[in-house]
Design a protein around this ligand. Sequence first.
Ligand code: ADP
Length: 583
Amino acid sequence: MNDETIRLLAIDDNADNLITIRALISDAFPSATLHTALTGIHGIELAISEDPHVILLDVVMPGMDGLAVCRQLKADERSRHIPVIMLTALKSDRQIRVDAIESGAEAFLSKPLDEVELVAQVKAMIKIKAAGVLQRLEKEQLTSLVQERTLAIEKELLERRETEKKLQEANLKLQQTQAATLELIEDLKVEMAARTQNEAELIRAKEKAEQSDRLKSAFLANMSHEIRTPMNGIIGFSGLLSEPDVNIAERHHYIKVINDNCQQLLHIVSDIIDISKIEAGLIEIDIIDFCLNELMDSMLENYLPKATSKGLAIFLHKEMVCPACSIAGDQSKIRQALDNLLTNALKFTAKGQVNFGYRLIEGKLQFFVEDTGIGIAPEHQEVIFNRFWQVETGLARLYGGTGLGLSISRAFIRKLGGDIHVESQQGKGSRFIVNIPYNPSGVKPNAKIPVSNRPDNFKGKTILVVEDESDNFEYLQIILEKLNFTILHAWNGNEALQIFSEHQEINLILMDFKLPDISGQEVTRQILRVRKDIPVIATTAYAMSGDRAKALQTGCVDYLPKPIRPEEMAELLRKYLGSNDEG
Ligand code: ADP
């Protein structure tokens, strides 16, 4: 530091002393500025306003002495850093010096002042002040630096917090978006799965519809063939029959062909009606007590000629004996199902044998029909039970048929609480198995009346035939005339009631249920109200299957399904009237 910048302050109540000090200072520091004050108060003011490098302070002063001034200077923030040199005249007074140091003075000089000592002290004090200033400056700088830094850090912290907050918010949003995305993906997955399933179902439905369509077309083509073939036989042989030169043997043969073809046609019509009823859910169960062995025997009797004519052996297995074989069930449906199986067994077997029969297995009746025929491939063993389905397709068919038999059989058997399936090996043969519940009736059904070989004679008996179809009536008339009946005919219900009221001699009534005016059922009820013992036999078309029960409920003694076979009718008439030839 050069002298020009040095500022000094001398405080002394003695003006002479101040002059001495000025002189000394101007010698030692010629360019320095010296402020002077005669009182402590003034000195303090100057110290604050001028901020001198050093204060030279007299101890003994009137009013406020140097010690008090020094204490005040050191107590004030603005002046405390200015070094104070106490000037004391009392060189030997130790107490004063101690007091001076305690009041905050940095040094002291004894009067009279020694120039060298004063200069050295002032220089030292200037250094102290400079060091203090520097220190203060550094401290201030440091403080402001710390403040700046703190502010910067706080700002940074604030920014960081805000960033963190934003990050958290963004994270939350991201999480929400992620959750929403995951949900969306899940929804999409579910939708995709549903769509795939829908598509698969649609494809399946389409395939099924197409297959059904193909099967129906094939069925119609088959049907045309299956109906035309017997029709051809009937028309052709009817024509031959009317030729004048036909001998008896030829006539018998032609009639047999016509009859066989009629049966075949009837069978097709029955199948079509049955399948329509199955589809409409109109199948009805007609439970009666019957003898299983009798049924099986009659089937063997029926199929034996067919098997023999094909060179096949046919065997029947019956496991039970009467009365265990008396069961309660729908005889006609069981028979129809077994008929289909036996017809197929004979149809699809060229050599070997056909076995059929029944067993009792685990409380169930198990029927079986097995053959040594062409067999059925594993992939066809289930589908053959579908309607219209045949292994053979196309025009070059070897076996014929409508593809209805097995589906009808299965529907009937299921309706009876059972099921049907096949076990088969291609080229070796098939075994159809039918399981139904075994319901022993416990009663022995009426023994079948043996068919008499003698011609029946009902001479003296009067029969009322209620029939609206002329061909049907003509047919019945021919048969009944042969049996020597007196025949009365009614075309409708009202006429029947009229004739019945006029003819007490009527012994039996053949009643068609389907009449143009009143139903046959109603006519029967009215007649039975008048004569409850008169036997009424209902004649029903096959298409009205299920009417057997209806007929019996109405009060009829029996029923005859159309087409009526003469032997069957004669048997029933004998049952209810007795024949003149009996006994
Ligand atoms: P259909 O005999 O009139 O064709 P079904 O419903 O009775 O109709 O039979 C369907 C198909 O099952 C037959 O066309 C045949 O392909 C096969 N099938 C049935 N029974 C036998 C059998 N015993 N042996 C070989 N194939 C059979």
